[in-house]
Design a protein around this ligand. Structure first.
Ligand SMILES: Nc1ncnc2c1ncn2[C@@H]1O[C@H](COP(=O)(O)OP(=O)(O)OP(=O)(O)O)[C@@H](O)[C@H]1O
Length: 648
């Protein structure tokens, strides 16, 4: 099962599910989004932003509510602010690979789990995505999927130059129910006695008949449509506008599916729409064709007539306004040719000329033809529109589904890209913490000799250890790496290491050294810290230089008591400290050390970032002092020099 199915199969649970967040908040959410139906649609489309828009709902809260409504299991895994931050930093890193709002929101909903099978399912899903992504043209796909979203609904365009005509007020109401009055005015035959005159004011009438009261001739500017036709056959623009408006989206989805070797119903859309759009271009400018034809024919007549010998009685005929046969023949020949040329250009077979010299255009006939042709063209165009709209309507649902699939693919693509770029590997879920070749995510993408992958382990017998050693040696970084790996594994993600074994636990606590020492800080720290060892749940506890919380002697007593309690439990712990020696007086504990051997020629620390087990390494602050001394100038350099002398 993939994570995709996991969410797809979920039916949004009853609102009872969010009652857990309190009746007041539930009511506030429902009021803000406009009721249960809207809330369900928000959840279905994972629109987190619509929840965060509500006053007083933070991103974290919105995620909690959304997960509740989706029926996703909630865990209480992340127990300290720093653990939550580290989790959010992981999410942020994955978000860099999302292209759509939908997958962005789905990534935000990836929380730590506690069910081993679900975790393994997710890890497998991400690993499959990683392999898939590795074979795809990543940059091209990113370009195609950037900002993809569901198709937009199109606002109807009202056109008052055309009208729909029905035969009864009931039919009117029926069409209004279909929403067609948003496109054209709707009139009905019985509405007024002067209705037939009113109809003359419109360029085109869509006559939606049920009985067929009106006799429609070729010369009427009317399109006949049966009342039983579906809405898109009466106003095909409903569906055509929708596809036109979303054409770019469908084209991108089509392209994406081609790359993924998936078939698609979207293939024909661009052709159909461009055929429709180019159809309009076939309109010819009849007036200019005719004026050119007249000019050409006049010219030809002039030349031909000039070379005719006219005899006496022919002159008489001319004086009677009759053309003698010779002249008639010339007119016949030239006008036949001209008619042929006009037909070739316009497709219309008619005689636009009055026989005179120079020729005259027959205005009345031209108007009649224009009207007839316009009506014919409108009818043909309308038929084409209906055919296109019917086809598009038949694939609309599938087309929308393909867009949804592309959005879902972006979720898979983001996870796969993240796993691929960071070269993540599936952890082994076991009983110990056995980290091999691990690296902090912040360093994982950096290249360079000084980036070192690290090994570290904790097991049942040595479930807690002190981490000591060189300033800037990488202790904090390793502690955070352990957290990241535990959090990522619980989220069902592969981790940044090779053959990493981890144990699934109930809770993770990470306390960083960057804690403010405000008044009351010590007391509030104790209130958070000590209860950790009072519950039976299995924990991972990571402490970074806690000694700053109070005076050294007291800190040592507190921390050593804490260590003893962890040792007795099924929990695991790592404590970064510069007071290992002092702590060893109070408790028996494994001490690991990161040792700095000196400075290289560029004054960089020579250090093996992998701690040595059972090794108390010195802090060697003099190395850092030496480095700063070498890199500073003037009076400051002198000061550092003085300090350094004291280390000799
Ligand atoms: N495995 C590693 N490979 C490369 N650089 C690392 C590694 N681990 C840590 N560093 C770098 O070393 C520097 C110091 O790391 P960190 O702060 O973790 O050391 P620390 O031992 O906690 O120092 P301090 O005791 O002074 O607080 C950081 O710039 C960090 O990016």
């Amino acid at each position: 099962m993939s994570i995709n199915e996991e969410i797809d199969k979920k039916h949004i649970k009853n609102l009872v599910e969010i009652k857990g967040i309190g009746d007041k908040l539930t009511e506030k959410i429902l009021n803000s989004v406009g009721g249960e139906k809207n809330l369900f649609s928000i959840v279905e489309n994972l629109e987190l932003e619509k929840l965060t828009d509500i006053d007083g709902i933070s991103q974290r809260k919105a995620i909690e509510i959304m997960n509740k409504l989706l029926g996703n299991p909630s865990t209480n895994f992340l127990k300290s602010e720093r653990a939550i931050q580290l989790y959010e930093e992981i999410i942020d890193k994955i978000l860099d690979y999302t292209n759509t709002k939908y997958s962005e929101n789905r990534i935000k909903l990836l929380s730590p789990l506690n069910d081993k099978n679900k975790i393994i399912d997710r890890i497998n899903f991400v690993m499959e995505s990683k392999i898939k992504v590795s074979k795809l043209p990543i940059i091209k796909l990113r370009g195609l999927m950037k900002n993809l979203s569901d198709p937009v609904l199109v606002k109807p365009k009202y056109d008052a130059s055309k009208a729909i005509l029905t035969e009864s007020p009931e039919d009117n109401d029926y069409l209004i129910d279909l929403g067609l009055n948003q496109y054209f005015p709707i009139l009905n035959l019985s509405s007024s006695s002067s209705i037939e005159d009113e109809l003359q004011e419109y360029e085109l009438i869509f006559y939606v008949y049920s009985q067929g009261f009106l006799d429609v001739s070729d010369d009427d500017n009317m399109v006949l449509i049966s009342k039983d036709s579906p809405a898109h056959e009466i106003v095909p623009d409903i569906i055509l506008d929708y596809f036109n408006q979303n054409l770019e989206l469908f084209e991108k989805v089509l392209e994406t599916r081609k790359i993924l070797n998936q078939d698609s119903v979207l293939e024909d859309i661009p052709r159909i729409l461009s055929e429709l759009n180019s159809y309009k271009l076939k309109d010819v400018d009849l007036d200019s064709v005719l004026s050119k034809a007249k000019k050409d024919a006049d010219e030809k007549l002039k030349i031909a007539i000039k070379s005719v010998d006219i005899e006496g009685d022919e002159v008489l005929e001319l004086l009677n306004n009759n053309f003698p046969p010779k002249i008639d023949k010339i007119f016949d020949d030239i006008l036949t040719l001209s008619k042929k040329e006009i037909k070739e250009i316009t497709g219309i077979d008619f005689d636009p000329f009055l026989r005179k010299y120079p020729l005259e255009l027959d205005g009345e006939e031209i108007e009649r033809i224009k009207f007839r042709e316009n009506s014919r063209a409108e009818n043909e165009y309308f038929d084409l529109k209906v055919r296109s709209a019917s086809y598009l309507e038949s694939i609309k649902e599938k087309a929308e589904l393909e867009v949804k699939e592309a959005l879902k693919f972006d979720f898979e693509f983001a996870l796969g890209s993240f796993a691929f770029e960071y070269d993540l590997n599936p952890p082994i879920i076991g009983e110990n913490f056995n980290l091999k070749d691990v690296i902090h995510l912040n360093l994982a993408l950096e290249k360079g000799e000084d980036i070192q992958r690290v090994d570290y382990c904790l097991n049942k017998n040595e479930n807690v250890a002190l981490l000591t050693g060189a300033n800037s040696g990488g202790k904090t970084t390793l502690l955070e790496t352990i957290s990241q790996i535990a959090i990522m594994a619980h989220m069902g993600l592969p981790v940044s290491g090779k053959e990493v074994e981890i144990k699934l636990l109930d809770e993770i606590y990470h306390f960083s050294k960057k804690r403010s020492l405000d008044a009351g800080a010590f007391e509030s720290f104790l209130n958070v810290f000590m209860p950790i060892v009072t519950t039976d749940s299995e924990k991972l506890v990571l402490l970074d230089e806690l000694e700053g919380i109070t005076e050294l002697d007291a800190a040592v007593k507190i921390i050593s008591s804490f260590i003893d309690m962890i040792k007795e439990s099924n929990s695991f712990g790592v404590i970064v400290t510069h007071m290992a020696k002092e702590l060893m007086n109070y408790t028996d504990i494994r001490v690991d050390g990161i040792e700095a051997k000196g400075l290289d020629k560029n004054y960089n620390l020579i250090v093996d970032r992998t701690p040595r087990m059972n090794f108390l390494a010195k802090s060697t602050p003099e190395l850092i002092l030496k480095r700063i001394y070498e890199n500073s100038e003037g009076r400051l350099k002198e000061v550092y020099g003085e300090v350094l002398k004291k280390f000799k």
